[in-house]
Ligand binder design. Structure first.
Ligand code: GDP
Length: 295
């Protein structure tokens, strides 16, 4: 998915080939290409602007290293900035000193939140960490059934109280049950709406207050491109996230959301979803992505 971005960036490097050194004047065309490439990859405009400005500052302040071609030096600066924006290496899940570790899942409907809940549970189970999934989406009974079905498939128990119960109470009792049973990690799936609304945020905030999660993960659909930035900003401002899961990275998204999320919230993408199956979850390694983008 980053191939198109990588290809477009080639045009930026070309602008510097044949120059003897990096200068304020000769990097302008290269910077324009970087900007164009990032926008074409669906990176949020505000993120692009900040990125290009930072690269310009670093490039103009960079000492000319003898023996290093200007285009190579510029590539290194862009690489370092990509790593700065996305994070150096994989950010692991929180682990509570006193189990259970509580993970709260947040996000819009259809982003892959429920699937990601099961994917995470399976991932943790493979590391011999026992899990309990909690179904608090009482607005869509199908969501509770979906979690139960996934739970059976991966052999992870699901705590639910039907669709008449109060979501905050379900979350609280779910965590209480996990504590009683000595379960290592509780993953609380929450209701999503098609759009952000005050009720949804209010309920999420209440659940968060009630269970005091160690990780609050925003599930972001990579296909939403530019919108991923606004979504991240709103959720972070309203409830405070500690990380994100970027789903549908197997689709034909242009990858821009991978750059926007951390830049906007300061919080890392911890995992990526790469398919519909429960196994299709991978830890996110920003440094590897940066290298892939730059070829
Ligand atoms: P929720 O409403 O946020 O809980 O979303 P669901 O978990 O029900 O997922 C919505 C749809 O997206 C389902 O059809 C999932 O199979 C699909 N989905 C979830 N994650 C991924 C992913 O990483 N890749 C692909 N291709 N599809 C996904």
């Amino acid at each position: 998915m980053f191939d198109a971005l990588a290809e477009r960036l080639e045009d930026a490097w070309k602008k510097l080939r044949g120059q003897d050194k990096i200068s304020q004047a000769n990097i302008q065309d290269a910077l324009k290409e970087v900007r164009r490439a990032l926008l074409a990859a669906d990176v949020n405009l505000q993120v692009v602007k900040a990125f290009v400005k930072e690269v310009e500052t670093k490039a103009t302040g960079a000492e000319v290293i003898s023996g290093v071609r200007p285009d190579q030096q510029f590539i290194k600066i862009v690489h370092d900035e990509l790593v700065d924006v996305m994070g150096e290496t994989n950010a692991p899940l929180a682990e509570a000193d006193n189990p259970p570790t509580i993970i709260l899942m947040a996000g819009l409907q259809g982003t892959g939140k429920t699937t990601a809940t099961a994917k995470l549970a399976l991932f943790l189970q493979k590391q011999k960490r026992s899990c309990l999934m909690v179904a608090t989406d009482v607005y869509r009974p199908a969501a509770i059934d979906q979690l139960i079905t996934l739970g059976k498939q991966i052999k992870v128990p699901v705590f639910e109280m039907g669709s008449d119960a109060n979501p905050v109470e379900i979350a609280r009792q779910g965590v209480a049950q996990a504590t009683e049973q000595g379960i290592d990690t509780v993953i609380v799936d929450t209701a999503g709406r098609l759009q952000i609304d005050a009720d949804m945020m209010g309920e999420l905030a209440q659940i968060k207050k009630a269970v005091q999660p160690h990780d609050t993960l925003l599930v972001v659909d990579a296909m939403t491109g530019q919108e991923a930035a606004n979504l991240t900003r709103t959720f972070h401002e309203e409830i405070g996230i500690t990380g994100a899961i970027l789903t549908k990275m197997d689709g034909d998204s242009r990858g821009g959301a991978a750059l926007s999320v951390r830049s906007i919230s300061g919080k890392p993408i911890k995992f990526v979803g790469v398919g519909e199956k429960v196994e299709a979850l991978q830890p996110f390694y920003p440094d590897r992505i940066a290298s892939r983008i730059l070829g």
